[in-house]
Design a protein. Sequence first.
Length: 243
Amino acid sequence: MKSAARVLDILDDLVAHGPGSLQQLASRLAIPKSSLHALLKTMLGRGWIETDATGTIYSLGIRSLIVSSAYLDEDRVVARTSSILDELAQATGEAVHLGRLEGSEIVYTAKRDSIHPLRMYSAVGRRLPAYSTAMGRAILAEQPREKVSELVPQSLRQITPKSTTDRTTLLAVVEEARTRGYAIEHEESCVGISCFGIALPFTQPAVDAISIAVPDIRLDDTMVTLIVESLLDVRRRIEEQAR
């Protein structure tokens, strides 16, 4: 059991912190180097991790990609929202994301790229604090208020110069999203980008959300109206189908 836990800790560490040497991993995980080396050797042989040309720096291997891809292929929400993401991307021409609450973070589970050269950087598997994203705020707004207090830490990490770092202000932003039915963030997770998000009512409370990301240079009143109406229409249709 201890070895299995350590293997999972290694994978979690490589996801969170990126590649590392034996010494770096041993320090970060507090595992004796002799024990760690044996685990890494086994994981290398099974393709869960790989090394650089020097054989001294460890990173995630191809097996990690195969398993993560299989997870997404079997995920019901990813499958159920595929046509919705296509529809929103076509209607707006902007980047559309699907995400899920995992702990206090949002994990990107699917995306559609913008048709424009200037776009938001994003990737499936990316993790961000829920409080800093439109998707996360939309999901937080669906949670009981006592749960929101648990999910929003006392100290908020500043991701960009415009990130909200005052907890009281952030909780008020979540309450606004609860009232409106959608959430907004302006340049708080990516400089120059604004995002609009809705929670998806597949579960109660919701744990999945969709957002549309737009560079501020293309964001005018007409675009805001199009995005908000499109998102709210998606939520309304999903709610009607569930009745």
